[in-house]
Every structure is written in C-alpha cells, then in structure tokens.
Ligand binder design. Structure first.
Ligand SMILES: NC(=O)c1ccc[n+]([C@@H]2O[C@H](COP(=O)([O-])OP(=O)(O)OC[C@H]3O[C@@H](n4cnc5c(N)ncnc54)[C@H](OP(=O)(O)O)[C@@H]3O)[C@@H](O)[C@H]2O)c1
Length: 347
C-alpha cells in the first residue's frame, strides 16, 4: 500500500451561502465567526446576546448587521436560515427548542444536550418541525476524518478491535468558571470527554458495557476519568480525559489487519498513519496522509459548510454526524456519569 484514500470533503468555500444567526456570542462563537468569514461564503446576519453591549461588540468585530437583545428575538428573525447555538451546555436544549419551534435550522455546540432524554426531545422536535439539526462535533467534518472514515469502511485495517485515545487540558481551577460550575454543565466529560465518546462511536459503534472511574473537583464536577466502552464481540475503547493537565491527545485504532495512528491532537490530526500487521512472510505495509496543521478557526468552517450543503438540499440531518447517533452518544454519556458517581461513592 502506498497511499491512503483521499478526503472527499468539498471545499467550505463552495457551500451554498446561508444566513446565519449566532446565539451566545462567547469564545467559541468568536472562533466560528472568524472561520466562516475567512473560509466560506456563509453570511453572518444576526447575533443575539443577553447583553446589548456584548452583542454589539461581537457584531462590530465580525461585521454582523443585526443585533438582537434576546435569544427569542433571534429565533423570530425572519431573515435567518440557521442558528448556531453556542451557549453553555445546560442551555443547548432550551435554545435549540426555541429556534426549532420558530422554524429555524440549528447547529448545536457539543455536547448536544445534558443527557439522553433531553437530546431525544430536541431530535424529536426537529423531526416534527421538519428542520435540520446537527451537533457541532467539528472533528467529524474535517478532511482528515474522512480519510479515517474510508480506511474503516474499506476494511484497510480489517475489523476495528480497539481504540485508545486521551484528551486532557489544563484549566486553572475557577469555581465560577463554566468548566468548574455544575450549574453551567462543567466537567471534563461534557467538555473534552464527549469528543472521545463520539470518536469511539465513530470507530467502534455504540457500547454494550460501560465502565468508568474518576475523581471530582471541590465544586462537584468530574475532574478526570478513565473510561472503558466495550462493544459487541469484545471491541474496546479505552479513553482518558482530564481538566488537570495536558495529555498526549493521540489516538490509535487497532484492527485485525493493521493499526491506524492519528497524530496529536487526534481530533485535528496533522497525519493519519496506517501500519499493516506483518503478513506470514513477515512483510508489512504502511501509508501515511499528512494534513496542514490547521488551527481550530480553520477547522470549524467545515461543520458549517456541511450544514449549509445539507440545508440547501432540503436534508434534515447529515450522514457525517447523524442525529440518532448524537442521541445514542448522549445516552452513553449518561451511563458514564452514572458509573463515575457509583465509583465515587465506593471510595
Ligand atoms: N467546538 C469547540 O471546539 C468548542 C470549544 C469550546 C467550547 N465549546 C462549546 O461551546 C459552548 C460555549 O462555550 P464557550 O467556551 O464559548 O463559552 P463562553 O465563552 O462562556 O460563552 C458562552 C456564551 O453563552 C451565553 N450565555 C447564556 N447564558 C449564559 C449563562 N447563564 N452563563 C454564561 N453564559 C451564558 C453568553 O453570551 P451572552 O450572555 O452574551 O448572551 C456567553 O458568551 C459550550 O457548550 C462548549 O461545550 C465548543
């Protein structure tokens, strides 16, 4: 083998231009807005903030013509096609339902909802209203992930048997901060772990058994967790996430015919390397695809472009991040949290 499959993801700049509204102009909304302005033809048409001043400042920074003083007003804006929801985790479902009931398509930041039942309610509302809904699980939409998708689908590493991946960052403890405050949906699992759980679902499918052990911060959110997701036939994902320090953030997928390595950070890999298991004569094969080491603001445009293509074509979901899978992942997250709580009570 000399080459891996080429990515099939169209250039974000070619996606049909839609009119976007932004709900919750915080840190990640800023990154998305920059990404859209620099790499797509999408139009940032309106922003809604709880604070007129913050909304106006965000609008000025990104050249957005309309500022709404409430999320309700943005949902009711007739000149918007799709709303990007970038509020703290516990508000995702409420904001998504507001937009959906007003007939707007939605792209909802990760985690899509706080738990499985909440994710189901949003998915059902979108289906009932006939609008597009997608979790902004941005690694799914990157060209590098499409190489992984094809390697797995084409059986180039045989049957995937195991995934080992980690995602840790250092966040200085701040009891009032979004990441440490339970009321704002803090914790490593919601913020970082969801990328791992989603990637495990992408590689191995959903688990039939969930094991987890972890520790909690003084504020009561999960600080770090080791997670094992066991799938049919003994497949295993071995995941680690933490708020307490940076980790290697690489990922290795082991299959019956070879191994696929995603260079750090695995969710934005600079390279994807396939190393075949040696054959009976001891020969092995390898191939590598390299990608420009993109920054997040260069990567977020891919999710928006996919949403725009799907919405323009009349689709209410994307096959790259199916809503049913998002709901399943939310249920898996519930099971992990239950395990973490049981584990903490056993200490
Ligand atoms: N895709 C990624 O790489 C990525 C990275 C980081 C975060 N995220 C996700 O994006 C979401 C937002 O994260 P962020 O880091 O951008 O947060 P952030 O900077 O705190 O921004 C959140 C925004 O939500 C609005 N908001 C509404 N109710 C709020 C409340 N009760 N408390 C605080 N803010 C409230 C605020 O805007 P107004 O008050 O102006 O309305 C605020 O600017 C989270 O769900 C997170 O998981 C995704």
């Amino acid at each position: 083998m000399t080459a891996l499959p080429a990515p099939r993801i169209p250039s974000p700049v070619d996606a049909p231009a839609l009119r976007w509204g932004i709900m919750g102009p915080g840190r990640i909304a800023d990154v998305l807005a920059r990404s859209l302005c620099e790499h797509t033809r999408q139009r940032l048409s309106a922003v809604a903030s709880r604070s007129e001043e913050r909304g106006a400042e965000f609008a000025r920074r990104h050249g957005i013509p309309r500022v709404h003083a409430s999320y309700e007003a943005l949902a009711a804006d007739p000149d918007i096609d799709v709303i990007y929801i970038a509020t703290p985790n516990p508000l995702h479902a409420r904001c998504a339902l507001l937009a959906i009931e007003a007939g707007k398509h939605v792209v909802v930041e990760k985690p899509f909802a706080m738990d499985g039942p909440e994710a189901e309610r949003v998915a059902e509302a979108a289906a009932r209203r006939g609008v597009f809904a997608m979790e902004a699980m941005w690694p799914r939409f990157l060209p590098a992930m499409d190489v992984v998708r094809q390697v797995l689908a084409d059986g180039l590493i045989g049957e995937p048997r195991a995934l080992v991946a980690d995602l840790g960052e250092y966040f200085p403890p701040d009891p009032q901060g979004r990441l440490f405050d339970p009321a704002l949906g803090g914790g490593a699992l919601y913020d970082l772990g969801v990328y791992l759980v989603s990637f495990a679902s992408f590689v191995l499918g959903g688990p039939d058994r969930v094991l987890a052990s972890g520790s909690f911060t003084d504020t009561g959110v999960d600080a770090q967790s080791s997670i094992v997701l066991r799938g049919p036939g003994g497949r295993q994902a071995h995941l680690f996430t933490t708020l307490e320090g940076p980790t290697g953030t690489a990922a290795t997928i082991t299959g019956t015919a070879g191994v696929l390595r995603l260079a750090s950070p695995f969710y934005l890999p600079g390279s994807v390397e396939l190393i075949g298991h040696p054959d009976v004569a001891g020969a092995s094969r390898s191939a590598e695809a390299r990608f420009p080491q993109a920054r997040p603001d260069e990567g977020l445009c891919f999710e928006a472009a996919e949403a725009a293509r799907c919405i323009a074509s009349g689709a209410i979901g994307t096959p790259l991040m199916p809503l049913a899978e998002t709901v399943d992942i939310a249920h898996t997250m519930d099971r992990i949290r239950n395990e973490l709580v049981k584990d903490s009570m056993s200490i």
